[in-house]
Design a binder for this molecule. Sequence first.
Ligand code: ADP
Length: 562
Amino acid sequence: MARLTDNARAVLARRYLLRDDAGAVLEEPEGLWRRVATALAAAEEPGERSRWAERFEARMAGLELLPNSPTLMNAGRAGGQLAACFVLPVDDDLASIFDALKWAALIHQSGGGTGFSFSRLRPKGDLVRTTHGVASGPVSFIRVFDAATETIKQGGVRRGANMAVLGVEHPDVLEFVDAKRGPGLENFNISVAASDAFMRAAQRGEPFALRHPRSGAPAVEVSARELLDRIAGAAWASGEPGLVFLDRVEAANPTPDLARFEAVNPCGEQPLLPFEACTLGSINLGRFARGGAVDWDGLAACVRDGVRLLDDVLTVNVWPLPQIAAVSARNRKIGLGVMGWADLLVQLGVAYDAPAALALADELMGFVQREAHAASEALAAERGPFPGFATSALARAGGRPRRNATVTTIAPTGTLSVIAGCSSGVEPLFAVAYVRHALGGVSLEEEHPELLGRLRALGAEAALPRLLANGRARGVPGVPEEIQRVFATAHDVAPEVHVRMQAAFQRHVDNGVSKTINLPREATVESVRRAYELAFELGCKGITVYRDGTREGQVLTHGVAA
Ligand code: ADP
C-alpha cells in the first residue's frame, strides 16, 4: 500500500470514510479501498469476484488508479450513486425548468455535478402567452438554480457544482457573458457555446446574427469580433465564461442518432447528451516511471484495469432517474484519464514547457487511448457492445464493437490528486509550495517533497526561504539551473504552451480535457483572445483561462503563508 499524505488523510476523513449515524468515522482508508473494490467487483461473474476485487483494491491502495469521488464516497452504500457528471435538458417552459432543478438537487445530494444548456429559453422581454406577461430570460433562471444549490448545499456529500451553457447566438448572450463579473452564481461555472461560424466570423471581422431561440429569426446583428472581445474581457476580469466549441464537440458525437450535444459537465471536460451521465477515473502517471523512463507495460496493464473498473461502476451504479438510467445503459460512457502528468515529467527530467514534453504528451496519451480502446473492445467481446453501438458513428465508420461509446476523458482531479498526493490532471505544478484554501476554511500547506530533497542534495538550501516565499523555483537566485528548468510551475509556463499541451492531449481523448490556461496578472484582454483563437485552431473542444489573482478566495495561492 502506498503511503497517504497527511492532506490525503484529512480529505478522506472529512468526506470519504464511512460514518455511523452519530457521525463517528467507521473505516480506515484501507477499509475504503476494500469497500469500493468489493462493491465494483459485484459486476463480475461470481467465481471471479474476489480476484477482481483484489486487483481493484491493489490499484487504489497503490494510488495508481482512482475512480471519481462519488464512487469512492458511495460504493457499497445503500442507494450508491457513483457517477460524477450529468447533463439535464431545460426546455422553454416552467415545468421543464423546475423538473431540471429538482433532478439537479437529487444529483447534488449524491455528489454528482450537473450541466445544463439554457439556450432554448426565450430571451428576456419576450412574451409569455399563457399569462400575457414578459419573460425574464435564461440568466434569471440560472440565478434561481444557483440559489437552490446554495440552499441545499449542507445536506449533500459535497457542495453542488453546476455548468450553465448558453449559445453565442442567444439574444441574451451579453447579459450571460457578464453574469459572473459581480457577486452571485458561486455554484455555477458558465460557458458560451461558440459555433464554428461565430469563431470564423470573429476572425474575419464579419457581422454575426443573434437569433430568437424558438423561431430562429434574427433578432439583432452584432460584430462577432466585438462579441468575442467582450467574452475575453469578462474572462480576463473573472475567469469566466469559458468557451465550448460545440460544433467540434458534436463532430465527435459517437451517437448522433440518439441526440445532439448541447452542454457539458461542471468542469467542462465531459460533453453529454440530455439525461446522460459519465463515470470518470484517473491513472496516476507519477507511479509509472521506472529508472527515468515511462513503464509502458505497467501503464498498459493499469489502463486495462481502469476500463474494466469503470465499466463495472456502470453496472452496479444506482442511477438517480429512470431517464438517466436508460441513456447510460444504452451508451455506457466512461472517461478514463490521467493525473500526475507534471510529476511524471519531473521524474523524467523534462520541463513542462519544453518541446519534448509536448511530444511525450502526444505519445503517452496516444498510447493510453489505444490501450483503452483495445480494452473496451475486449470487454465488448466478453460482455457485448454498448446497446447503441449498431447505430453509432463508430459502427458506421466500420470500427470494431466497443463496450463503451466513449472511453477517455481528462478530469481536473481536484480531490483525487490530493488523495493520491500527485499533481492534478495534466496541469503543470501549480507552485512548488502553496497554501490550499479548501475544505470549508481549512488551509493546507503543501511543498514539493522531491524539490526540497534535490535542493539539499545539491547543497543549495540557502535558496529555500526565497523559493518558499515565491512558490516557484524559476528566477530564484541560488537555485541550480537544472532545477529551475524542470520544476516549471503554472505561471512559468507561457499561455501558448498551456494551450498546446491541452491540444496535444485532446488529440487522443474521446471526450474533453480539463485544463486551465493560466495567465499572469499583467496579461491583456488581447492575449486572452489570442489564446481562444489558438485553442480553436489547434482542435481543442473548449478553453478556460484564469488570470492570476482575479478571483477572491481562489483555491490555490502562491507561496506558503509565513
Ligand atoms: P474529483 O477529483 O473529486 O473526483 P474532479 O475535480 O476531477 O473530481 O471533477 C470531475 C467532475 O466531478 C467535475 O467536472 C464535475 O462534473 C464533478 N464535480 C466536481 N466537484 C464537484 C462538486 N463539488 N459537486 C458536484 N460535482 C462535482
